[in-house]
Design a protein. Structure first.
Length: 252
Protein backbone atom coordinates (compact mmCIF):
# COMPACT_ATOMS: atom_id res chain seq x y z
CA UNK A 1 0.00 0.00 0.00
CA UNK A 2 2.81 2.44 0.81
CA UNK A 3 4.22 1.93 -2.69
CA UNK A 4 1.00 3.29 -4.19
CA UNK A 5 1.69 6.67 -2.59
CA UNK A 6 5.46 6.64 -3.17
CA UNK A 7 6.58 9.44 -5.52
CA UNK A 8 10.28 8.56 -5.50
CA UNK A 9 11.85 9.45 -8.84
CA UNK A 10 8.97 11.71 -9.89
CA UNK A 11 9.37 15.33 -10.95
CA UNK A 12 6.67 17.80 -9.93
CA UNK A 13 6.09 21.35 -11.14
CA UNK A 14 4.36 23.45 -8.46
CA UNK A 15 3.39 27.01 -9.33
CA UNK A 16 3.06 29.64 -6.63
CA UNK A 17 4.97 27.67 -4.00
CA UNK A 18 6.74 30.55 -2.29
CA UNK A 19 4.34 30.54 0.68
CA UNK A 20 1.02 29.16 1.89
CA UNK A 21 -0.77 26.29 0.21
CA UNK A 22 1.74 26.04 -2.61
CA UNK A 23 4.62 25.71 -0.20
CA UNK A 24 2.72 23.10 1.80
CA UNK A 25 1.95 21.04 -1.29
CA UNK A 26 5.50 21.27 -2.65
CA UNK A 27 6.87 20.03 0.67
CA UNK A 28 4.29 17.23 0.84
CA UNK A 29 5.29 16.00 -2.63
CA UNK A 30 8.95 16.20 -1.66
CA UNK A 31 8.33 14.23 1.51
CA UNK A 32 6.68 11.57 -0.67
CA UNK A 33 9.83 11.40 -2.80
CA UNK A 34 9.37 13.87 -5.66
CA UNK A 35 11.89 16.45 -6.88
CA UNK A 36 10.32 19.90 -7.23
CA UNK A 37 10.31 22.58 -9.89
CA UNK A 38 9.02 25.73 -8.21
CA UNK A 39 7.55 28.48 -10.41
CA UNK A 40 7.25 31.85 -8.70
CA UNK A 41 7.62 35.58 -9.28
CA UNK A 42 10.46 35.72 -6.75
CA UNK A 43 12.95 33.24 -5.36
CA UNK A 44 11.22 30.78 -3.00
CA UNK A 45 14.15 30.63 -0.60
CA UNK A 46 12.31 29.06 2.33
CA UNK A 47 10.52 26.50 0.17
CA UNK A 48 13.77 25.44 -1.46
CA UNK A 49 15.38 24.98 1.94
CA UNK A 50 12.48 22.86 3.20
CA UNK A 51 12.48 20.66 0.10
CA UNK A 52 16.22 20.13 0.27
CA UNK A 53 15.99 19.35 3.98
CA UNK A 54 13.54 16.63 2.98
CA UNK A 55 16.30 15.15 0.84
CA UNK A 56 14.91 16.15 -2.55
CA UNK A 57 16.18 18.42 -5.32
CA UNK A 58 14.62 21.83 -6.02
CA UNK A 59 14.83 23.80 -9.26
CA UNK A 60 13.55 27.37 -9.28
CA UNK A 61 11.96 29.06 -12.29
CA UNK A 62 11.18 32.77 -11.98
CA UNK A 63 8.16 33.58 -14.13
CA UNK A 64 5.02 35.71 -14.11
CA UNK A 65 2.09 33.33 -14.45
CA UNK A 66 0.01 36.18 -15.84
CA UNK A 67 1.88 35.82 -19.14
CA UNK A 68 1.25 32.74 -21.27
CA UNK A 69 4.47 33.46 -23.16
CA UNK A 70 6.33 32.13 -20.09
CA UNK A 71 4.89 28.62 -20.45
CA UNK A 72 7.52 27.28 -22.91
CA UNK A 73 10.29 28.71 -20.73
CA UNK A 74 8.90 26.91 -17.67
CA UNK A 75 8.61 23.56 -19.42
CA UNK A 76 12.02 23.81 -21.10
CA UNK A 77 13.75 24.82 -17.86
CA UNK A 78 12.12 21.99 -15.91
CA UNK A 79 13.05 19.36 -18.50
CA UNK A 80 16.61 20.72 -18.74
CA UNK A 81 16.94 20.37 -14.97
CA UNK A 82 15.46 16.91 -14.48
CA UNK A 83 15.05 15.34 -17.92
CA UNK A 84 11.34 14.63 -17.61
CA UNK A 85 8.04 15.68 -16.02
CA UNK A 86 5.51 13.61 -14.07
CA UNK A 87 3.32 15.90 -11.96
CA UNK A 88 1.91 19.40 -12.40
CA UNK A 89 0.25 21.34 -9.57
CA UNK A 90 -1.42 24.45 -11.00
CA UNK A 91 -1.58 26.43 -7.77
CA UNK A 92 -0.62 30.02 -8.67
CA UNK A 93 -3.54 32.38 -8.20
CA UNK A 94 -4.48 35.93 -7.34
CA UNK A 95 -7.63 37.67 -6.13
CA UNK A 96 -9.15 41.14 -6.44
CA UNK A 97 -11.92 42.34 -4.14
CA UNK A 98 -14.53 44.97 -5.00
CA UNK A 99 -18.27 45.25 -5.43
CA UNK A 100 -19.41 43.94 -8.81
CA UNK A 101 -20.90 47.35 -9.63
CA UNK A 102 -17.46 48.96 -9.33
CA UNK A 103 -15.24 46.13 -10.59
CA UNK A 104 -12.69 47.18 -13.22
CA UNK A 105 -11.69 45.53 -16.46
CA UNK A 106 -8.07 45.47 -15.28
CA UNK A 107 -8.96 43.57 -12.11
CA UNK A 108 -11.00 41.16 -14.22
CA UNK A 109 -8.20 40.52 -16.72
CA UNK A 110 -5.40 40.24 -14.14
CA UNK A 111 -7.19 37.48 -12.23
CA UNK A 112 -8.41 35.58 -15.28
CA UNK A 113 -4.94 35.62 -16.87
CA UNK A 114 -3.30 33.99 -13.84
CA UNK A 115 -6.07 31.79 -12.49
CA UNK A 116 -7.45 30.15 -15.62
CA UNK A 117 -5.69 31.23 -18.84
CA UNK A 118 -2.16 30.37 -17.75
CA UNK A 119 -3.43 27.30 -15.88
CA UNK A 120 -4.83 25.92 -19.13
CA UNK A 121 -1.79 26.68 -21.25
CA UNK A 122 0.68 25.36 -18.67
CA UNK A 123 -1.35 22.14 -18.52
CA UNK A 124 -1.21 22.04 -22.32
CA UNK A 125 2.57 22.52 -22.38
CA UNK A 126 3.01 19.90 -19.67
CA UNK A 127 0.83 17.41 -21.55
CA UNK A 128 2.77 17.90 -24.78
CA UNK A 129 6.00 17.05 -22.94
CA UNK A 130 4.45 14.01 -21.26
CA UNK A 131 3.10 12.73 -24.58
CA UNK A 132 6.63 12.97 -26.00
CA UNK A 133 7.89 10.94 -23.03
CA UNK A 134 5.15 8.35 -23.43
CA UNK A 135 4.71 8.17 -19.67
CA UNK A 136 1.67 8.48 -17.37
CA UNK A 137 1.30 11.76 -15.53
CA UNK A 138 -0.86 13.64 -13.05
CA UNK A 139 -2.21 17.19 -13.25
CA UNK A 140 -3.73 18.75 -10.14
CA UNK A 141 -5.50 22.08 -10.55
CA UNK A 142 -6.33 24.19 -7.53
CA UNK A 143 -9.98 25.19 -7.56
CA UNK A 144 -11.91 26.85 -4.69
CA UNK A 145 -15.12 26.87 -2.71
CA UNK A 146 -16.09 29.50 -5.28
CA UNK A 147 -15.95 26.82 -7.94
CA UNK A 148 -19.21 25.72 -6.30
CA UNK A 149 -20.56 28.99 -4.92
CA UNK A 150 -20.92 32.61 -6.00
CA UNK A 151 -19.22 34.45 -3.19
CA UNK A 152 -19.35 38.22 -2.83
CA UNK A 153 -17.06 41.03 -4.05
CA UNK A 154 -14.80 38.68 -6.04
CA UNK A 155 -16.40 38.41 -9.50
CA UNK A 156 -13.27 37.57 -11.50
CA UNK A 157 -12.04 35.11 -8.87
CA UNK A 158 -15.41 33.32 -8.86
CA UNK A 159 -15.44 33.18 -12.66
CA UNK A 160 -11.88 31.89 -12.84
CA UNK A 161 -12.33 29.20 -10.20
CA UNK A 162 -15.59 28.03 -11.75
CA UNK A 163 -13.60 27.77 -14.95
CA UNK A 164 -10.92 25.68 -13.22
CA UNK A 165 -13.45 23.00 -12.36
CA UNK A 166 -14.83 22.97 -15.90
CA UNK A 167 -11.42 22.86 -17.56
CA UNK A 168 -10.37 20.05 -15.22
CA UNK A 169 -13.27 17.95 -16.50
CA UNK A 170 -12.59 18.88 -20.12
CA UNK A 171 -8.90 17.96 -19.95
CA UNK A 172 -9.72 14.71 -18.16
CA UNK A 173 -12.16 13.81 -20.94
CA UNK A 174 -9.48 14.32 -23.58
CA UNK A 175 -6.34 13.12 -21.85
CA UNK A 176 -7.40 10.14 -19.71
CA UNK A 177 -6.90 7.91 -22.76
CA UNK A 178 -3.24 8.98 -22.79
CA UNK A 179 -2.62 8.07 -19.15
CA UNK A 180 -2.79 11.66 -17.93
CA UNK A 181 -4.93 12.06 -14.83
CA UNK A 182 -6.43 15.55 -14.46
CA UNK A 183 -8.14 16.34 -11.18
CA UNK A 184 -8.52 19.30 -8.85
CA UNK A 185 -8.52 20.24 -5.19
CA UNK A 186 -10.92 22.88 -3.90
CA UNK A 187 -9.52 24.29 -0.65
CA UNK A 188 -11.97 25.68 1.84
CA UNK A 189 -11.28 28.79 3.87
CA UNK A 190 -7.54 28.58 4.44
CA UNK A 191 -5.34 30.78 6.62
CA UNK A 192 -3.13 32.19 3.84
CA UNK A 193 -2.08 35.56 2.45
CA UNK A 194 -5.07 35.55 0.08
CA UNK A 195 -7.51 35.47 3.01
CA UNK A 196 -5.82 37.96 5.34
CA UNK A 197 -8.56 40.52 4.69
CA UNK A 198 -11.23 38.01 5.67
CA UNK A 199 -9.36 36.82 8.73
CA UNK A 200 -8.91 40.38 9.99
CA UNK A 201 -12.62 41.17 9.51
CA UNK A 202 -13.98 39.97 12.85
CA UNK A 203 -17.61 39.82 11.73
CA UNK A 204 -16.92 38.02 8.45
CA UNK A 205 -14.40 35.65 10.07
CA UNK A 206 -16.92 34.71 12.75
CA UNK A 207 -19.55 34.03 10.07
CA UNK A 208 -17.15 31.78 8.19
CA UNK A 209 -16.03 29.83 11.27
CA UNK A 210 -19.66 29.42 12.30
CA UNK A 211 -20.35 27.44 9.14
CA UNK A 212 -17.25 25.20 9.15
CA UNK A 213 -18.09 21.93 10.96
CA UNK A 214 -14.41 21.42 11.78
CA UNK A 215 -14.52 24.75 13.64
CA UNK A 216 -11.26 26.21 12.29
CA UNK A 217 -9.60 27.73 9.25
CA UNK A 218 -7.65 25.27 7.16
CA UNK A 219 -3.84 25.24 6.97
CA UNK A 220 -1.31 24.25 4.29
CA UNK A 221 -0.79 20.95 6.12
CA UNK A 222 -4.39 20.03 5.34
CA UNK A 223 -3.51 19.93 1.63
CA UNK A 224 -0.66 17.44 2.03
CA UNK A 225 -2.60 14.17 1.95
CA UNK A 226 -4.95 15.12 -0.91
CA UNK A 227 -2.18 16.41 -3.20
CA UNK A 228 0.02 13.35 -2.65
CA UNK A 229 -2.98 11.08 -3.25
CA UNK A 230 -3.92 12.75 -6.54
CA UNK A 231 -0.27 12.73 -7.66
CA UNK A 232 0.16 9.03 -6.92
CA UNK A 233 -0.67 5.67 -8.47
CA UNK A 234 -3.42 5.36 -5.87
CA UNK A 235 -5.47 7.84 -7.94
CA UNK A 236 -4.79 6.26 -11.34
CA UNK A 237 -8.50 5.61 -12.07
CA UNK A 238 -9.70 9.02 -10.87
CA UNK A 239 -10.28 11.50 -13.70
CA UNK A 240 -11.97 14.90 -13.77
CA UNK A 241 -12.88 15.02 -10.10
CA UNK A 242 -12.58 17.96 -7.71
CA UNK A 243 -11.91 17.08 -4.06
CA UNK A 244 -13.13 19.64 -1.54
CA UNK A 245 -10.71 20.10 1.36
CA UNK A 246 -12.98 22.38 3.33
CA UNK A 247 -13.50 21.19 6.90
CA UNK A 248 -17.06 20.26 5.95
CA UNK A 249 -18.08 23.68 4.57
CA UNK A 250 -19.99 22.30 1.57
CA UNK A 251 -21.73 19.68 3.68
CA UNK A 252 -23.38 22.39 5.83
Amino acid sequence: MQQMFDLTGKVAIVTGCNTGLGQGMALALANAGADIVGVNRREPVETQQLVEQAGRQFHSVIADMGKVSNVPVIIESAVAAFGKLDILVNNAGIIRRNDAIDFTEQDWDDVMDVNIKSLFFLAQGFAKQVLKQGTPANIINIASMLSYQGGIRVPSYTASKSGVMGVTRLLANEWAQHGINVNAIAPGYMATDNTKALQSDEKRSAEILGRIPAGRWGTPDDMAGPVVFLASEAARYIHGYTIAVDGGWLAR
